[in-house]
Ligand binder design. Structure first.
Ligand SMILES: Cc1cc2nc3c(=O)[nH]c(=O)nc-3n(C[C@H](O)[C@H](O)[C@H](O)COP(=O)(O)OP(=O)(O)OC[C@H]3O[C@@H](n4cnc5c(N)ncnc54)[C@H](O)[C@@H]3O)c2cc1C
Length: 289
């Protein structure tokens, strides 16, 4: 492993300054993705800017009007165990709970998860269903982007040189909306997803008022499924669920990878969508799914 310098800024602003001043600098948060890449010799930064010594970058706060703000340095475990997230955004807690294993979840940050841009990830799929936005900070400037515009493709994001992801912003969920994240792995349960489906629905007197469906890990970035509209104003019957699941499967454009061929993933998306919608229709709570 090549030698590198280590900088330990105490604020995001200082970290941005360091990254902007050196084209060979790279931010490191939990290191779970970056250090593997460095060890493989795929990236050889001269300067690593360690974000973990920044004290104010991991707060998780909720406001009924503004919604949820997750500091980019919050670990996946801090999100899955946050009482605020569990109460107001249980599907997000559910998705974080199934990331890797507890050792990884204790180190990995949500900022690193999104900035790394690996399509085989769990949290981005739920965040897509939640209409999340990201806050990006550079020297003297803060901007916001919809998550869909931040993730440009596989390992590709809208981050500019010298820019850091500082927070994830999630609008308040419509009252009464609940949902699930369902993941399938082809290896052990700790592995990255082969496919993941997030389904959120608002049901009044058995009628679905709003459905949000997102599919992730099967193509370069999570996608919202147009067939979510089919449920509006309808009872979530077995027939409707089967129809939406079939539309979800046929609308995606999966890629072949080590976790399975495209046709297999298409089939999986149909099965996972049906399961997620059945859980909602049967009124199952997150922990029962
Ligand atoms: C064995 C294993 C199993 C895994 N399984 C899963 C899984 O099941 N589901 C899943 O979703 N993920 C999984 N992951 C991925 C894991 O979630 C990510 O590696 C992790 O979230 C990255 O976060 P980090 O803080 O460690 O990032 P780092 O490794 O520190 O950084 C990753 C990249 O993001 C950049 N970066 C980090 N923070 C910021 C920031 N705030 N702003 C801008 N750029 C930043 C770094 O420069 C680097 O390019 C797994 C990883 C491993 C090693």
């Amino acid at each position: 492993m090549r030698k590198f310098e280590l900088a330990e800024p105490r604020s995001l602003a200082d970290a941005c300054f360091m990254l902007a001043s050196d084209a060979d600098a790279k931010a490191v948060a939990g290191g779970t993705a970056l250090l593997t890449i460095i060890k493989q010799g795929l990236l050889l930064p001269k300067l690593l800017v360690n974000l973990k010594k920044i004290s104010d970058g991991s707060a998780i706060t909720f406001d009924p009007v503004q919604g949820l703000r997750i500091g980019a340095l919050a670990t996946i475990n801090e999100i899955e165990t946050s009482e605020t997230v569990k109460r107001y955004y249980p599907a997000l807690a559910e998705a974080c709970h199934v990331v890797a294993n507890i050792r990884i979840r204790n180190m990995a940050t949500i900022g690193g998860n999104l900035a790394h841009g690996d399509y085989q990830s769990d949290p981005p799929t739920v965040l897509a269903a939640l209409d999340a936005r990201v806050e990006l900070m550079s020297a003297g400037k803060v901007r916001e982007l919809a998550l869909a515009d931040f993730q440009l493709g596989s390992y590709e994001t809208a981050l500019q040189p010298g820019e850091l992801l500082s927070a994830v912003l999630v609008p308040p969920m419509p009252s009464g909306m609940t949902g699930h994240y369902v993941k399938f792995t082809t290896g052990s349960s700790e592995e990255r997803p082969c496919a993941g489906v997030a389904a959120l629905a608002k049901i009044d007197d058995g009628i679905c008022r709003e459905l949000r469906l997102a599919v992730g890990a099967v193509s370069a970035k999570p996608v919202r499924i147009a067939a979510e509209q089919l449920a509006n104003g309808e009872l979530l019957t077995a027939e409707l669920i089967a129809n939406i699941a079939s539309e979800a499967a046929s609308s995606i454009d999966p890629i072949d990878d080590v976790r399975g061929p495209a046709d297999y993933k298409r089939h999986l998306v149909g099965v996972l969508t049906r399961r997620a919608l059945e859980n909602i229709a049967n009124g199952k709570t997150e922990s029962q799914s």
